[in-house]
Design a protein around this ligand. Sequence first.
Ligand code: PMP
Length: 457
Amino acid sequence: MNTQLHSNALHELDRQHFVHPVSSWQGHEARGVRILKSAKGATVTDSEGRQLLDGFAGLWCVNAGYGHESVVEAAAEQMRRLPYATGYFDLGSEAPIKLAAELADRAPGDLNHIFFTLGGSDAVDSTIRFVRYYWHSKGQPNKDQYISVEQGYHGSTSAGAGLTALPAFHDGFGVPFNWQHKIPSHYLYRNPVGSDPATVIAASVAALRAKVAELGQERVAAFYVEPIQGSSGVLVPPKGWIKAMRDTCAELDILFIADEVITGFGRTGPMFACEEEGIVPDMMTTAKGLTSGYSPMGAVFLSDHVYQTIAEGAGPKAVGHGFTYSAHPVSAVVALEVLKLYEGGLFENGIKMGDRLQKGLAGLSDHPLVGDVRGRGMLAAIELVTDKDKKTPVPAELQAATRLFDRAWDNGLIIRAFPQGVFGFAPPLCCTADEIDAIVDRTKQVLDLTLEDPEIR
Ligand code: PMP
């Protein structure tokens, strides 16, 4: 970072007072902050006036792209008229009711009941509570064990972080709890059972069955999956994997929860990634693309059966779960406007551009540093290796993806750096063909520059 940035008063205030999420607090003090000032379409401008293509849509959330006036106007109008209304005590407001109906209309199967949250973590946490309530209502309170998948990410609340399987979210935090269990990921590029889809699927089904047998079927409450594992570096399961896991859960009487916080709202092509294999989860979590990051909101979708069971179990008693900002009217109008943009052409564009992105990145597979290129739609990752045949990972201490992030930034591109030399792409669905080509070209330039890095080669 240059000296001008370091001397800037805002940067000093940041260093002294602003605690950054999921950052090295110490490292941040040393590195300082990069400040974004404005954005339009898929391009953001930083405090130095540098224009960057946002290849990661903020934090894989600005699916519609930046600067849509219709969204801004709707939010401003709602703020003027009614900035807040609670959903507690049988109160409500127009926008969240309309939004719930619109979402139910588009949701897979009978996911007809929507509980609003502030984001993805509290959506996942809400499902953890609803799962318990469901089994309690069914008279099976001993079903209290949860299973999720290694390398998964399900948020950063205490209970959600326990379902998550990334060490940084566990170490020192006292999670996972003793009721939270994992089975191995499908991670095709480095799966000990190989990369044959049928073998990987059979291994995952067998692992789930074995874990359920170990815990006792009468104890297992729910199984959590991301249709594509995002935060561990965009791990795409083989076709048929999610259906096989869903079917196994149905057979074993375990609730199946799909965490679509990243994959929802057109990120992989269809509105929800579950649609790809025609499965209907018992509950589904969404956030990010729901409001396209214009304001915070998440949504839990509950099936008719789960909703009715909880409602009947509670009877006249309150189901004691909710937040002050559940169903915030400003976020709800934002989501309604964003939905119009998606269906007014953005989903369609995202499918075309996703295809272009996947083809473009696949063209980089021959690069000497590229071990694996993977993704679906507008979601992708490249895994770096130092030896392609042996799949030798770049040593973690070299922080290859972070170096790439810095070089990409200098080249006018924002990508996401994951540990272990993986970097990711999740561009806004509004990208033009030229912008997608620029993302691919700049990535190639950055890979070439990295190849010259004596520490990495
Ligand atoms: N679930 C998944 C699959 C996610 O990717 C994320 C965030 N990246 C979350 C949950 C948590 O969402 P939030 O950061 O909005 O709390």
